[in-house]
Ligand binder design. Structure first.
Ligand SMILES: NC(=O)C1=CN([C@@H]2O[C@H](COP(=O)(O)OP(=O)(O)OC[C@H]3O[C@@H](n4cnc5c(N)ncnc54)[C@H](O)[C@@H]3O)[C@@H](O)[C@H]2O)[C@@H](O)CC1
Ligand SMILES: [K+]
Length: 504
């Protein structure tokens, strides 16, 4: 796992460690780590043009000391101080190492000479703001951030790309877009969660010795070894491996039913029971003959419907189901059982008006996108997008459920647990029907006995990995990178076996 801590916890740990160390020792560790990464990014340190964007706090201090180290190795280092003050020790160290310091940039105007050195630098260290940054970047920091992001040189962010809120990933206005972010002591949630995560490039963690002083993390991201879907054992039969029941689709909405069932079939369920009205049942039977299907006559009522379908170990309710009285009755019946239930899509729309149904003991997993979560919480979609961590946590606590918020960085929250952030997401997944595949897949993992949090996080991981596998082609000659192609939800289903294999 990669562990991330919010700013308050980082500061407390730094304070405890600093009290045991000589003054300035921690900053020297940070600067040494930063300089080492910068040196690796340059073909040659000697003679390289390095620019430091230096804010008024210790983040600027780190940049200056790192710049001094590069200057001692022969780099031509120029500092661009911004704001009303500059770290004195760092400035002195840079000057002593032969670095140049431009006039302070204040207010809005960045001088043409400062703009020119940023534009032509081989490497730019962004030391404007770190964990002390609050709110949108003010001037001249905002202009400097834009100049750095547009420059041709490599941009290395010190601790956090300036403009990104370290604790949440919020970006109000502009932020530095870095190629590499060198972060100290622990990851910060804002480096793992969009929109902040999209500004980081590759994140490198420098150990400054905080480990023993750090409490439990606020956010965690999995490595492949952390994702362990249930393994069938030799004595497994289809019942022991878990039967997932899917209530999805309607006369007019059939695709969701087929895709959701596909996600469950390839998600390792021992058996998939699919139930709906006639038309989607026909299509599911045709496409997934391995599923056991039940036609539900219109008006049969939720409880009777569940009796007809038979025994399952987990339910998936909602994709394409509609939002009327019949959908509500099915949702109510499943949530009244003592089985794990995943609610998605139309099921979430129903839940927005029937939050009372969530008063239950068994695990409930909700898989909304930002619009659906906004509807349940009564806030605008844009607000959820901008403050994903805050809203997924709020939903998990208010709804007493495991909440998976879909999006460019998918988050999974459960009350009093670190939020899981999925590291395998890809923009290729932003295509119709992939969410239905995800709910079927997570349903299969739930039926296999995983907890809500593990099933949702592992499902998101496998789903993202499958999308990456499906979109990846052969390595393009001369680039060393694989070619990529758009994918459909079916392609994601087809790549799930390889995604599972990649974990074993
Ligand atoms: N505390 C420690 O022990 C260590 C701190 N380190 C560094 O210190 C950083 C934190 O330093 P600080 O607490 O001084 O804070 P920062 O340097 O991150 O930010 C504070 C400065 O930024 C300005 N600022 C804040 N928000 C702004 C905005 N929206 N627009 C423009 N200016 C803004 C403030 O006026 C202040 O000058 C860390 O990110 C890390 O880089 C490292 O040296 C490791 C050790
Ligand atoms: K920074």
């Amino acid at each position: 796992m990669r562990y991330a801590h919010e700013v308050g916890k980082v500061r407390a740990a730094e304070g405890a460690l600093m009290a045991r160390l000589p003054e300035g020792a921690l900053m020297q560790r940070a600067a040494a780590g930063l300089a080492a990464v910068c040196a690796r990014m340059l073909p040659r340190v000697y003679g390289a043009d390095v620019v430091l964007l230096v804010g008024g706090g210790d983040n600027g201090g780190d940049a200056l000391y790192a710049g001094a180290r590069l200057a001692r190795r022969g780099a031509r280092v120029t500092a661009v101080p911004a704001g009303s003050r500059t770290h004195r020790g760092g400035l002195a160290a840079l000057r002593a190492a032969g670095g140049r310091v431009l006039d302070r940039v204040d207010g809005e105007a960045v001088s043409p000479s400062a703009a020119a050195v940023i534009e032509t630098a081989d490497l730019i260290i962004d030391g404007l703001t770190g964990i002390g940054g609050t709110g949108g970047l003010r001037e001249p920091h905002a202009t400097l951030a834009v100049l750095a992001s547009q420059a041709t040189g490599v941009v290395v962010a010190c601790d956090v790309p300036s403009g990104v809120d370290a604790s949440s990933g919020r970006v109000d206005g502009v932020a530095v877009h870095a190629d590499v972010t060198v972060t100290f002591g622990t990851y910060k949630p804002g480096l793992l969660i969009d929109p902040g995560a999209a500004c980081c490039g590759v994140v490198e963690l420098v150990d400054i010795g905080l480990g023993p002083d750090l409490p439990d993390p606020d956010v965690v991201a999995a490595w492949p070894v952390d994702v362990q879907p249930p393994e069938p054992r030799p004595e497994s039969d289809k019942y022991r491996r878990g039967v997932v029941g899917i209530l999805a689709g309607g006369e007019d909405f059939t695709g969701a039913a087929v895709l959701c069932t596909g996600g469950a079939v390839h998600g390792g369920a021992g058996m998939v029971r699919f139930a709906s009205v006639e038309h989607p049942v026909e299509l599911v039977r045709h496409r997934w003959p391995e599923a056991v299907t039940t036609v539900l006559p219109p008006g049969s009522g939720g409880v009777k419907a569940l009796e007809r379908i038979g025994r399952v170990q987990a339910w998936v309710v909602g994709p394409g189901l509609g939002t009327g009285a019949e959908a509500e009755s099915l949702l109510e019946a499943t949530l009244n059982t003592d089985l794990p239930v995943l609610v998605d899509a139309d099921g979430l729309t129903v839940l927005a008006r029937r939050r009372d149904l969530l008063r239950r003991e068994a695990p409930t997993v909700l898989t909304p996108h930002a619009g659906e979560l906004g509807r349940i919480l009564g806030v605008e979609r844009e607000l959820v997008e901008a403050r994903r961590l805050e809203h997924v946590r709020r939903a998990a606590s208010e709804l007493s459920a495991t909440v998976l918020l879909k999006g460019s960085t998918t988050l999974v929250a459960e009350e009093d647990r670190p939020v899981r952030v999925n590291p395998t997401g890809t923009p290729r997944l932003a295509t119709a029907g992939t969410g239905d595949v995800l709910s079927g897949l997570i349903g299969a993992l739930l039926a296999g006995g995983m907890s809500g949090l593990d099933a949702a996080a592992s499902g998101a991981y496998l789903h993202g990995l499958a999308a990456r596998i499906a979109s990846r082609g052969p390595v393009r000659a001369g680039t060393g990178h694989p070619s990529e192609a758009p994918i459909s939800a079916y392609d994601v289903i087809g790549a799930l076996p390889e995604a599972f294999r990649a974990l074993s």
